[in-house]
Design a protein around this ligand. Sequence first.
Ligand SMILES: NC(=O)c1ccc[n+]([C@@H]2O[C@H](COP(=O)([O-])OP(=O)(O)OC[C@H]3O[C@@H](n4cnc5c(N)ncnc54)[C@H](OP(=O)(O)O)[C@@H]3O)[C@@H](O)[C@H]2O)c1
Length: 354
Amino acid sequence: MQIKICLYGFGNVGREFARVLAAKGPYLKARHRIDAKVFAIVTSTGGVVEPRGFSERELSERSRLAHLSSQEGFREGDPEDLSKWILPWIDGAGPTVIVDATWSDLDTGEPGLSRLLKATAMGCHIVTLSKAPLVADFYGLVEAARRHSVQLKFSGATAAGLPTIDTIRVSLAGAEVQSIEGILNSTTNYILTAMSDEGLSYEDALQRTRAMGLAESDPERDVTGIDTACKVLILANAAMNARKRLSDVRITGITGITRRQIATWAMEGRSVKLVGKAALVGDDVRIEVAPAPLPHRDFFAQVREDAKAVRFTTDLFGELVMAGGAGGLTAAAGSALRDLVNLAELFRHRQGGR
Ligand SMILES: NC(=O)c1ccc[n+]([C@@H]2O[C@H](COP(=O)([O-])OP(=O)(O)OC[C@H]3O[C@@H](n4cnc5c(N)ncnc54)[C@H](OP(=O)(O)O)[C@@H]3O)[C@@H](O)[C@H]2O)c1
């Protein structure tokens, strides 16, 4: 089966996705009978298209070259003109998928939200690495996908290398998820570990994550807890039907934590972690992000450096805890690949196994 991909965003994540897709092409064909080809790559000022789909070699080369706008075949144009970048590849023979690796505004979800809604109306499936459209209007996107019979996948927006949403949807199917707790942000976990173990100040620890390439050039969303809040909010809406918005989440980040506080907690036998939590309280779901000083015997207290972890509490299966999964760009790109494979398998199943 051929999957036709329109890749939106050719920055850190988009390029890595192109590189990984090119490298894994033969494996996808042999193992999954999937020929996943990129037909368009779109950035903020225009894009490149290839009506036969880019070969693995060309895709790999483009992922290494300079900015897309200076690459061969680049055409200036409005990225939101989907009739140009997406519509030509929709033919019903196999799934056409938009892979969204761009930034959008967290309050409005734009420009990604409108783009994804329009894509669903064209019959295009969605794989999004961008959290903002899901944060701004999760239920609008779910409803649009349902109405137009397309799939909406977002494992790259909910902790990427650590499988969260797929675990809930497949492995915990049938169970009521009563709470979700997670260490969901690598940068903050690394900072807190370095402050605890090495006695670094907050500023020095933050500087280290920047030097390691772990923190974004603007790590504001990480250290203020907003990134964790977005992830736990998406999971709570998806798994607990929380019907919440980002403004409903009580958020405390790690910027106010001092070495002295950490030393006091250490003397009490506790390690501090930034934990996002969604819990059923009566008919409501309460969502909160805050630094939690945890006893050393707590599993989360052992999750160190850039690792992530999640704990689900359910009625049927009790408590399930998972930790690990690579962080960084390759895992983010890999999540989009995972979504594509799962999407294709479901598409094939619905077509009667072809
Ligand atoms: N970094 C990670 O580890 C990670 C992990 C999971 C998810 N994510 C998410 O992935 C997304 C991209 O992150 P990144 O680090 O790759 O960002 P980035 O390096 O800044 O790249 C963003 C790309 O999006 C393009 N873009 C901006 N506005 C656009 C528009 N209206 N239409 C089409 N393209 C547009 C930019 O175009 P120009 O090149 O023209 O500027 C650029 O190519 C973010 O939502 C982020 O939260 C990142």
